[in-house]
Ligand binder design. Structure first.
Ligand code: ATP
Length: 305
């Protein structure tokens, strides 16, 4: 049995097709990422799977259960991270934990959990007194409270500093060691690449690619990205003479992104072209390709514009 099955899911808000025929399957024990820019449809999808929003059409099962017909059976077995803004501001951290723990038949040792999340000394503080990062960690704590088989985490590390982000990745990785499943939405490339076994790249309500990060990048056929800024518009046809060039993207304010298979030969070619055409590539950078490059290749845009 799959952990999550989604078939031909649709959801529109007026003319906006937030989810436009999405299908995928998450296996038990898999960390599955939904990566896409703001407004791509990630939250709508995760909330439909959690049973919080009704789809217009399509089928969802979680551990074989229907989130709308069998919500209680399902919620016992899944851990849901709430939006940190929807935590009760006038309750103390300990009270919120107790309230949520009361929803489940089986829970973990909540003090040990708070300790692990670095919140034990905040147990007596009101939620409104927490910093943004602490609130985010509290929201995440609630997803772990019932030792669930599947974790649903919507932007789990949004707004966290790099150190806390790494700690959260370690917790999620710890869940993987225990054969838990996680469904994570994110717009952080690194999070999707480092944490997820498979990633669905989503844009305008559709899945435009789905595979392991490694295979998505192998499909790119270009292992490096060259970025530079040119003061005047370049003739794109001439750029195609650069050896090993796979993709050219002309961004805002004269920014160019080239995906290349052989960076040294390509750099040489670019410099020769610059001398010939009389332009000077500014802010020149050569980097290894990332999932962002997969997104750029598929859409011509960056995940974070
Ligand atoms: P973000 O990363 O910004 O949260 P997202 O990928 O989670 O984005 P959604 O929140 O699912 O995207 O939104 C998808 C689209 O649906 C957007 O265009 C959004 O404006 C629209 N949308 C989402 N919720 C509603 C709603 N309740 N009413 C109207 N439009 C909505």
């Amino acid at each position: 049995m799959a952990a999550i099955e989604v078939e031909n899911l649709h959801k529109a808000y007026g003319k906006v097709r937030a989810v436009d025929d999405i299908s995928f399957r998450v296996q038990i024990g898999e960390i599955f990422g939904f990566l896409g820019p703001n407004g791509a449809g990630k939250t709508t999808t995760i909330e439909i799977i959690e049973g919080y929003r009704k789809p217009d059409d399509g089928r969802v099962t979680v551990l074989g259960l229907d989130p709308f017909r069998q919500p209680y059976e399902m919620k016992e077995r899944v851990g849901i991270m709430l939006q940190s803004t929807s935590l009760y501001p006038d309750l103390r951290v300990g009270e919120i934990i107790k309230l949520f723990a009361g929803y489940y038949k089986h829970t973990v040792d909540t003090d040990a959990l708070l300790e692990m999340m670095g919140l034990i000394e905040k147990k007596g503080s009101f939620a409104r007194e927490l910093s943004g990062g602490q609130r985010q960690r509290l929201a995440l704590t609630l997803a772990f409270i019932n030792d669930a088989e599947i974790l649903f985490l919507d932007e789990p590390t949004a707004g966290l500093d790099p150190q806390s982000r790494r700690t959260v990745w370690e917790w999620i990785d710890g869940a993987r060691q225990k054969r838990k499943t996680a469904f994570i939405t994110t717009h952080y490339i690194e999070e999707a690449e480092k944490l997820c076994d498979r990633v669905a790249i989503i844009d305008h309500g559709r899945i435009i690619a789905l595979d392991t990060p490694r295979r998505l990048m192998a499909d790119l056929e270009a292992e490096h990205r060259i970025e530079f800024v040119a003061d005047s518009a370049l003739d794109l046809a001439k750029l195609w003479d650069i050896p090993g060039l796979c993709t050219v993207v002309n961004g805002k304010k004269g920014e160019y992104t080239l995906h290349v298979s052989a960076p040294q030969r390509a750099l040489k070619g670019l410099m020769a072209l610059a001398a010939e055409e009389g332009f000077h590539p500014r802010d020149l950078r050569v980097e290894g390709a990332t999932l962002e490059d997969v997104f750029i290749k598929l859409t011509g845009r960056r995940i974070r514009e």
